[in-house]
Each structure stands twice: as structure tokens, then as C-alpha cells.
Design a protein around this ligand. Structure first.
Ligand code: SF4
Ligand code: SF4
Length: 695
């Protein structure tokens, strides 16, 4: 807590946190700033100016993102800021420090190719050229105060606990403020407003075709669409954008798409997938990136207005079975701390759009448990009725067993509620009891009707003092269908938790499993899993994985009673939506294996969905659905949803560093493994084709 050197890598932090509290007198303060040495002073809050003067700090600025742009490093500013640290801190003589950084770059990135090394060297040199000392004035000129950690509209718990953690004062929160039963409030990421994106998407309604693809792929639920009556737009902020909605079931309404720019990570996935281009100017799409700072205030107002607009009626005639319509559903997983451009979270978000108001989720430890339940905030959210996923993480290895327990509990609770209901049917009314016991809850309308019956039941039981009435009132909610999910990565499903997963799938109970398959232990540090494909380089597979990937889906299919789907949103979003709906509807265990691009693949994350498509086009990741329910209809349960490979494997895998690096470090091994990997693709495809052709 006594720092000689303070570096702030996000300008937004100086506007929000007392970042210089720990600086000692005469310390060095390095700020990554979009404002140069002559203008930055006027952009600082009063407290920061005061501290710089009072502590006689040496103040430097560097526009790390500008250097990143110029040297094609994108938003990766670690090398740039590290260079400035060594140049200023005096830890080593400056020239020696720079030489050591370049040596470390060679060692770290050498295997990734000379181009990556050269790019990092250029970033080092440019960082030094863009590093400036700020001439500190002798008096405070700012009247700007630090922004509060959360808005004053946040609930009491967020104000008194979450905000304190966000402000870095978590260790001063009294234990008495913590929930005593181990539950923790959800829907709190909405208050964080990290403002980390330099550039954000801006919507051009005149070009938009209302496909919803941008909304689907956004890893952070930042970009959203609604269709609303024109009257709902009364009082809209100036410049609020809409256009006539093109939804058959919602005639004469307005379509609106809004971006929460303060929650955006600037990943560009939405812009990349947007298919609509201005016919008179092909470089102008329906979404284009623009600097965030100038539009922050106005977009904040528009976002708040958007949130107040009515949500689509889930029980209307509209069918939520295609991307365009599904993307009108409110996501109940938002603004998580996952990596910018994450390939996993769009699937989690989709799950919550479809089933979130009744989902109970058991999460294996890994990336999805970190971004899913990390303090200080929780991304799982609630709708206006207060319904949203109930979520918990136990261990890495036991998510399947943990979720299995959720289903067993739901069965027991429901059975108890039903027995009480039968016992009390004369008191609550025979008609109502029968409707509750025999309700069809296979769709949104059925579930909504059951919820209304449960409310009616509770009101008829209100005030009754006998123990059975009290118990039934308490158990009544368990008469509504619960959607039980287990979520985890390939490290869990293929390796560490496989025994439990297999056991749970074999029980035949109605549970759903979502495997977010990045083909590597991502959060743990990039170790090979049994999902890693042949030829990929990972920890414990430094010479390229010598053996092929385990076919988890096919293993599950051998039971004949498990719904299995392999999906890749970037290749077919329609097939992904179909698989999620079928999996949940199947009255038995379901397994969805979802291809998830990842920073561990060494790709440009903005192109993540394109990588997914290439994986499918090359036959590396075939899309299929295996639905045992089709057997009863005399049909083949296995449906191959992707076409025969049209892309050579090398044309896909060598666009990813995890494969390409072996061609640098061991070209002979790379060539040999490529041949074998291409054979893997062909033999698997031939087998799947046979399975799909069987009658
Ligand atoms: S840039 Fe990324 S985070 Fe921002 S709206 Fe687009 S997809 Fe979402
Ligand atoms: S992806 Fe493009 S065309 Fe489709 S809804 Fe989004 S902005 Fe409109």
C-alpha cells in the first residue's frame, strides 16, 4: 500500500477510483490516456489533480491504444505499457530494460512466428516514442468529482456491498452485511459500467435488415433488440433510432436496436457478423465501430430509455424458434467479465433467453464459473417478475452430479407438493387441483398458465393455519417446470468430470448438459484436454497433440436414449437454436457440445464466428443432432446438419496460432500430424454420413 510507481491502464479508472491513494511522495504516475500531455490535465477529476500536486508526482502519459492501432497490436497493450514501466521505473537501466523486454518477446512469441515478434518489437519502439511527461501545473483547476462506483438507483445491497467491493474496499465490509444463507443477489453486473471499450458499434437503421444476428453473437448481451408499439416511443431521447418492424406476428410496430456502450467490450463480433451493407457504400454496414467517449452520455440516456420499453410477450402467437424472433427475448445473462469476443458466453446467453426464467444451473469450475459467478458482481439476471436462473458452482469435477441433485430435488419437491395438493383438493377446489396436477407445461403458454394457477393456489391457501396448507403454500412453486442445466468446459466434460457426466447421462433423468468446448483448458492456462484435436499445440502437447480428439457426442449416442447435438453458432445459428429447443424439450438427458472459439486459439477474436464457420466447412467440426424421440416416429435419430467438407483442413487450422506454431517450431512433425488430422476428418465424416443414411 505504498507505491513508488502507479500505472493506470484504463483512463476510465482515474474518473472512478482513488487510484493514487497508495502513491508515495515523488512517485511516478503513468496513465494510458487518449489525451496528450497538453490536454490531459483538464480531463482529470479534482481529487487526482490535488493528489498529483500534493504528492509531487512525476506524471507521464502514453496513448497505449493509439500505439496498439499503429503497430497492429489492436487492444493488446500489455507489451506497450510494460515498456513504459521499464523505461520510467528505474528498475533497470533504460537501455538494458528495453533489451531484456525484446529478449523476453523473442522467447515468448518466437514460436508464433517472426511476424508476431516483429509486431511486438515495433510496439516497444513506438511505446517509447509516444511516452510523454506532463508538465504539472501548480494549482488545481478541475471541479470534476470522482464518479460513484455505482449509480444512485442501484438497490441497497449493491450500494452497501457490491459498490464497496468495486471501489476496492471489500475487506472493510462487515460480515453482517453478507447473506446468511449462502445465496447471493443476481443481476448486479448492470450497475458496474466498466467503460472499457475504446470503440463501440453504432447502428444505422436505414441499412439494417432486422436479422438479430448481432444480438445473438454479442458475448456480453450489450446489443439488444425490441419490437414495440409506436406509442411506447413517446418521450424517447433526441436521436433515438427506430424503423418499421418487419415481423409478421407484430404488425405496425417499431423495431429498435440499442447498445449499452458503457458495458460494451469493443470486441467487434457484432459488426463482423452483420450481413447488411449500404448498397451505395459497401464499407458502411448496419453496424460500424466509432469512438465511445463522444457518444457515452447520449447513448447512456438512450439505453435507459430502451430498458423501459416493453419486452416481447413470450406467450403471444409468435414462435420463438428462429434467431430473429429469439433475439427479441430478454437475456438473463449480461455484462459478464468474460474475455472480449468470448466464444462461450453467446451460448450461455441464448440458454437464458430461451429458458432463463425457469433455469437451475450447476456450473463446473472453469471460465464459465469465473465469469458466471465472480465477485463483486453476478451476470445472471432477472426479468421484471423477478425470475431468472438460479446458479451455483460446486467443484471442477462434480457439476453433473451436482446438477443431477438439482433434478432429484425438483422431483421430490414436486411429488411432495402433489401429494399435499391431493390431500387438500377439497379445500383449494377440485378443478384447480386437477388442472395443477395435469398441466401441459411443454411451451411458454403452458408454463405461464401453470404459474397463474400456482398464484391462485397460494391466494386460496392464504391465511389457512393447518400445517398441510402452510406446507403446500411453501412448496407450490415446485409445481412449475424447472429446466435443469449443467454447464462446463471440455476440461470438465471430456476429462475431469467425465465419469460423473457419463453416470448422470446414463440415469435417463431429464437434465440438460451444455459443454462449452474450446478444446483446451482455457482458464487453467492452456493445457491439452481429451478434446484437443490432433496437431494442436497446448501445454502437455508442446510438440502437437499426437492423438485424435475424443468423440464425446458419439460416446453418448451409444446409449440410444440421450439427445446429443454438436453446434457452432458461427456456422449455423439456426441449427444452434433448434438444438437448444430440442434438448430442453426432450424428456430425458440431453448433451449439447458447442464449439467455442477462444483466446487460447490464437485468433483475432473479432473473427471468432468466421473461425467457427471454417471449422465446420473443413469438416473439423461437423454439425449434427441425435434425437432419440425420432425413433418412435420410425425415423433415423441422427441428422447431419452440415455439408460435406469444402475446405482443406490446413486452410482452416493454419489460420489459428495453436496449429500454425508447430509449422515454425517443428515443420516435419506439423506436416505429419496434418496428414493424420486430415485423415481423422475424412474418416469421421464418412462414419457420420453412414449414420445419417441409416434407416
Ligand atoms: S462490440 Fe462486442 S461487446 Fe460490444 S456490442 Fe458488439 S459484440 Fe457486444
Ligand atoms: S446484424 Fe446487422 S442487419 Fe442484423 S439486426 Fe444487427 S444491425 Fe441489423
Amino acid at each position: 500500500n505504498r507505491a513508488n510507481f502507479v500505472a493506470v491502464h484504463q483512463f476510465g479508472f482515474v474518473e472512478k477510483y482513488p487510484v493514487l491513494d497508495a502513491a508515495v511522495e515523488g512517485a511516478t504516475f503513468l496513465l494510458n490516456s487518449p489525451f496528450g500531455p497538453d490536454e490531459v490535465w483538464d480531463k482529470l477529476p479534482r481529487l487526482v489533480q490535488e493528489t498529483i500536486i500534493a504528492k509531487k508526482l512525476k506524471f507521464y502519459v502514453l496513448d497505449g491504444y493509439e500505439v496498439g492501432r499503429k503497430t497492429k497490436m489492436g487492444v493488446r497493450i500489455n507489451t506497450i505499457m510494460q515498456t513504459a514501466f521499464f523505461a520510467l521505473s528505474g528498475v533497470l537501466p533504460r537501455d538494458e530494460a528495453i533489451a531484456q523486454i525484446k529478449k523476453a518477446i523473442q522467447k515468448t512469441y518466437g514460436k508464433r512466428g517472426e511476424a508476431v515478434v516483429a509486431q511486438n518489437f515495433a510496439a516497444v519502439d513506438a511505446a517509447l516514442e509516444h511516452l510523454f511527461e506532463v508538465k504539472v501545473p501548480d494549482r488545481v483547476t478541475s471541479t470534476m468529482e470522482l464518479e460513484p462506483p455505482v449509480s444512485g438507483n442501484a438497490p441497497e445491497f449493491v450500494q452497501s456491498v457490491t459498490a464497496e467491493m468495486i471501489a476496492g474496499r471489500g475487506d472493510q465490509i462487515p460480515v453482517s452485511k453478507m447473506p446468511v444463507d449462502g445465496t447471493y443477489p443476481t443481476a448486479t453486473t448492470q450497475w458496474e459500467k466498466r467503460n472499457i471499450a475504446q470503440d463501440v458499434p453504432v447502428w444505422e437503421p436505414d441499412v439494417c435488415i432486422q436479422c438479430g444476428k448481432c444480438v445473438l453473437v454479442c458475448p456480453h448481451a450489450v446489443i439488444r433488440s425490441k419490437v414495440v408499439p409506436a406509442e411506447a416511443l413517446a418521450g424517447a431521447p433526441e436521436g433515438y433510432k427506430t424503423l418499421d418492424a418487419k415481423f409478421r406476428e407484430l404488425p405496425n410496430q417499431k423495431y429498435t436496436l440499442q447498445i449499452a456502450v458503457e458495458d460494451c467490450t469493443g470486441c467487434e463480433l457484432c459488426v463482423e457478423v452483420c450481413p447488411a451493407k449500404d448498397k451505395s457504400n459497401a464499407s458502411r454496414k448496419a453496424l460500424n465501430m466509432a469512438p465511445q467517449r463522444p457518444i457515452r452520455e447520449s447513448e447512456r440516456e438512450k439505453w435507459n430509455f430502451f430498458l423501459g420499453l416493453p419486452e416481447v410477450d413470450r406467450t403471444s402467437e409468435m414462435k420463438f424458434n428462429q434467431v430473429k424472433n429469439v433475439q427479441l427475448l430478454q437475456p438473463l445473462f449480461e455484462f459478464s467479465g468474460a474475455c472480449a469476443g468470448c466464444g462461450e458466453t453467446p451460448y450461455v446467453k441464448l440458454l437464458t433467453q430461451l429458458f432463463g426464467d425457469r433455469a437451475v444451473i450447476a456450473n463446473a469450475t472453469g471460465c464459465s464459473s469465473i465469469y458466471g459467478g465472480n465477485l463483486p458482481t453476478t451476470p445472471y439476471a432477472k426479468n421484471k417478475d423477478g425470475r431468472g436462473p438460479a446458479w451455483s458452482n460446486s467443484l471442477f469435477e462434480d457439476a453433473a452430479e451436482f446438477g443431477f441433485g438439482f433434478r432429484l430435488t425438483a422431483i421430490q419437491q414436486r411429488a411432495y407438493a402433489e401429494s399435499l395438493l391431493k390431500q387438500m383438493q377439497e379445500t383449494v377446489g377440485i378443478d384447480l387441483a386437477e388442472q395443477l396436477l395435469n398441466a401441459d407445461q411443454s411451451d411458454e403458454t403452458g408454463i405461464d398458465a401453470q404459474r397463474r394457477r400456482v398464484e391462485e393456489l397460494k391466494s386460496r391457501l392464504a391465511g389457512k393455519s393447518d400445517p398441510a396448507a402452510k406446507a403446500l403454500s411453501k412448496m407450490a412453486d415446485s409445481l412449475v417446470h424447472r429446466s435443469v442445466w449443467m454447464i462446463g468446459g471440455d476440461g470438465w466434460a471430456y476429462d475431469i468430470g467425465y465419469g460423473g457426466l457419463d453416470h448422470v447421462l446414463a440415469t435417463g433423468l431429464n437434465v440438460n448438459v451444455l459443454v462449452l468446448d474450446t478444446e483446451v483448458y482455457s482458464n487453467t492456462g492452456g493445457q491439452a484436454s481429451k478434446s484437443t484435436a490432433r496437431g494442436a499445440v497446448a501445454k502437455f502437447a508442446a510438440g502437437g497433440k499426437p492423438r485424435p480428439k475424443k468423440d464425446l457426442g458419439r460416446m453418448a449416442m451409444t446409449y440410444g436414449s440421450i439427445y446429443v447435438a454438436q453446434v457452432a453458432m458461427g456456422a449455423s445459428d439456426a441449427q444452434t437454436v433448434k438444438a437448444f429447443l430440442e434438448a430442453e424439450a426432450y424428456e430425458g438427458p440431453s448433451l449439447i457440445i458447442a464449439y467455442s472459439h477462444c483466446i487460447a486459439h490464437g485468433i483475432n477474436m473479432a473473427k471468432g464466428m468466421t473461425q467457427q464457420k471454417m471449422a465446420v466447412d473443413s469438416g473439423y467440426w461437423p454439425l449434427y443432432r441425435y434425437n432419440p424421440a425420432l425413433v418412435e416416429q420410425g425415423k433415423n435419430p441422427f441428422q447431419l446438419d452440415s455439408k460435406a467438407p469444402t475446405l482443406a483442413l490446413k486452410d482452416y487450422i493454419y489460420t489459428e496460432t495453436r496449429y500454425r506454431m508447430l509449422t515454425q517450431s517443428d515443420p516435419a512433425a506439423a506436416a505429419e500430424l496434418l496428414t493424420l488430422a486430415q485423415e481423422d476428418v475424412q474418416s469421421r465424416w464418412a462414419l457420420y454420413e453412414k449414420m445419417a443414411a441409416a434407416v
